[in-house]
Each structure stands twice: as C-alpha cells, then as structure tokens.
Design a protein around this ligand. Structure first.
Ligand code: NAG
Ligand code: NAG
Ligand code: NAG
Ligand code: NAG
Length: 344
C-alpha cells in the first residue's frame, strides 16, 4: 500500500519547467557521443554546459567539471548542435554568430550579455502539466542524440516534428516553424529548434545508435506529448534547445540567383539533417528536485519559496570555457568547411 500511495503522490504534485540560458563553452570539431576519441570529429559543433567536455568524456560528468556556462550551477551537462555557416556566392564560408534569447532577460541575468550559446528547456508532458505521470530525471552517464546528418529528404525529416526552424522577423518571433532552412532573408536571424525524445526504456544509458533507448512522443512546439509506449515506459524530462543564429551580417550578400545561402557545418543546405546531442551532467538529485517542484523557468533559482536551484551571474557563465584541442580556424572566411572536403 505504501508504494502505491507514494506513486500517486508523486504523480499528482509536480509540474515544474526549466528554461535557462547557457553561453558558449566551446566551438570545435569534437563529438564525445557519436565519435568518442576521434580528434577531430567529422564536423564543427557549438557546445554549451560544463567544462569537463572533451573527446573521451564518460561517466558522471556532474562530478568532473569545475564550472559551467549554464545559469544553473549544478548543471554540468553538455548540449551541442552543428554550426551554421553562410556560403557566399564566391564559394567562401563564414560562421554565423549566435545571440542569446531575448526571452531570458530578468533581474540579475541580463540576456544581451550572454555570450552566444543556447536556451535549454526541461519541461514535463507540456509546459503546464505532467499528464499525471511522474517525471524521472536522467541518470549519471546518460546520453542521447536526436536527428541525423544523413537525413536528406523532407519525407525523412517529417518523422521529427520537434526539429524545426523559425524565420525571425523580430528577436521575439515564435510559432512559425518549417522543417527546412527559411528560403528568404530573415530580418532577425534564424532560430534552430531541437526537441528530444522523452520516453526512456528505463535500462540503457545509451544505445549503439544513441537513439533506440529513447522514443519520441513530441508533437513539437511544446504541445502536449503523446503517451510513452510499453517499450519505453519511463517519462523523462522533455529536453529542448533553441539556438538563435544572427544572419544580419549577411543580409546584403544574398545570392543573386535567389538560392538559400545557409548551410550546416556538415554541408547540409536544406536543413533536414539538423541534429543535436546531449550528455546528462546535473549534480546529485538537483534535476529531480527541480522536476518534483512547482517552479517555472528561472524562478527555480530565485531566492525564497521557489528557489531550489543554485544560479550564477552572466559574467561567471561567460568566464567558463574549454580550451580547444582541435586547433583550426572555424570563424574566418574559409575556402571549405572544416572536415568537409569538396567532392571533385
Ligand atoms: C577527458 O577528461 C577525462 C576526465 O574527465 C580525462 O581522464 C581524459 O584524459 C580526458 N581526455 C582527453 C582526450 O582530454
Ligand atoms: C568572398 O567574399 C567575402 C566577403 O566579401 C570575402 O571576405 C572573401 O575573401 C571572398 N572569397 C573569395 C574566394 O573571393
Ligand atoms: C527514410 O525514409 C525511408 C522511407 O520511409 C526509409 O526506408 C529510410 O530508412 C529513411 N532513411 C533514414 C536515413 O531515416
Ligand atoms: C546581430 O549582428 C549584428 C551585426 O551584424 C549586430 O549589430 C546585432 O546587434 C546582432 N543582433 C543581436 C540580437 O545580437
């Protein structure tokens, strides 16, 4: 009886959602999930989170870092995606800079000062409810990916309603999502959106393809998710990334033939191959505590009633960095993308 009571209590009470900024911790060709130990990895990534990030990292990374670029200081997880480049008509490439989400500004955390990076979400079944399901935090050593650089058709990308782009009319445009790169200049840049699967098999911290231990019921755009299947019965937090790519420096260089000039660092000019990686690294029970609470977004770090997570200033977020092990230019005007030799 005691166990049943415990489950009901857990299910009924929690509806927290986390949203926080993480500045850039590294931009380089490393991928400890898909290509562990390979230096350099196939394509350039932009990474945020803890400074334990390296090519061979594994195990409980929450215990290994000394700083994190995320607003919540118990979060030493690493989060990464490919990098967006602008392809000039003359054949040269230039990395597109990132800017912080304007929705992140609040007292003590001035959004415009955050150095690049991403916005990270851990929500429940949707923004406001857990669907009467207990949300189980990820375990130390957990990792997963979503999407694949080998996806090259709209048919294949359509199985991922959580992988999308928004053409930003202003820095606060939300809701207009496409499965491919916007085909026209976007005044305030392009937001890349990655929603991960949130149903876990309850056993494996990883799988050979880094995906089959998970099952996605996301409908995208933070809508209420469908139920988890029997094969993957454990509902974990709904993880999502938003990356704001500032394309304004290229607005006067749009190709004369009208073609869309942005490409991912793995040479994808359509955008169907968009993908993201995650390595869990929250210390102790901090993520579970947050998920079991009733705090929303940055309030989970506010002193007082809801403040159950520790926070740091933007200056301290920006100070944390990982020294590059791969020394190459990823930011100048480049004749080819790092690692992507042009086919003859
Ligand atoms: C990565 O970090 C771990 C400690 O977390 C260390 O043991 C290992 O040597 C590092 N590997 C590389 C390639 O730097
Ligand atoms: C292409 O144009 C950019 C921007 O003007 C310039 O910096 C770059 O050097 C050019 N590349 C070539 C190969 O001319
Ligand atoms: C793309 O979709 C086709 C048809 O559904 C499927 O056979 C193929 O395995 C998919 N490819 C990838 C890379 O997901
Ligand atoms: C985007 O970049 C331009 C320079 O190209 C800069 O003036 C502008 O402030 C940036 N936008 C944001 C929102 O950071």
């Amino acid at each position: 009886m005691k166990a049943v009571y415990f489950l009901i209590l857990q299910a009924g009470l929690s509806w927290a959602g986390l949203r926080f900024g993480c500045s850039s911790v590294s931009i380089q060709r490393l991928d400890p999930v898909v290509e562990p130990g390979q230096i350099p990895s196939a394509h350039v990534h932009q990474i945020v989170g803890g400074n334990a990030f390296n090519a061979t990292m594994q195990g409980d990374i929450g215990e290994k870092g000394t700083c994190t670029t995320c607003a919540y200081t118990e979060d030493f997880s690493n989060y990464w995606t490919a990098v967006m480049y602008f392809r000039h008509e003359n054949g040269s490439y230039k990395r597109v800079p990132q800017y912080p989400n304007a929705q992140l500004g609040y007292e003590g955390q001035d959004a415009p000062d955050i150095k690049g990076g991403m916005t990270i979400y851990y929500t429940q079944k949707d923004f406001t409810g857990n669907g009467e399901q207990h949300i189980t935090a990820f375990k130390p050593g957990f990792r997963m990916t979503v999407g694949s650089p080998t996806t090259t058709s709209i048919a294949n990308s359509s199985v991922h309603p959580g992988l999308r782009y928004t053409c930003l009319e202003t820095i606060l445009t939300r809701g207009y999502e496409t499965p491919d790169f916007p085909n026209r200049p976007c005044p305030a840049g392009i937001m890349a959106i990655h929603h991960f699967p949130a149903c876990w098999d309850g056993v494996n911290l990883d799988s050979p393809d880094h995906q089959s231990h998970m099952y996605s019921t996301t409908r995208g755009a933070f809508q209420e998710a469908g139920p988890c299947p029997a094969s993957h019965p454990v509902r974990v937090p709904q993880l999502a990334y938003e990356t704001m790519w500032n394309t304004t420096a290229f607005k006067d260089m749009w190709p004369k033939d009208g073609s869309q000039p942005f490409v991912w660092s793995f040479m994808d000019g359509k955008g169907y191959g968009t993908h993201a990686d995650y390595m869990f690294g929250w210390q102790g029970d901090s993520l579970q505590r947050a998920m079991d609470s009733e705090c929303m977004f940055h309030m989970c770090g506010s002193p007082g009633m809801q403040g159950i997570l520790k926070t740091q200033t933007v200056a301290d977020m920006n100070k944390c960095a990982v020294k590059s092990t791969v020394i190459e230019d990823t930011d100048g005007w480049l004749s080819e993308l790092p690692g992507q030799t042009m086919p003859m």
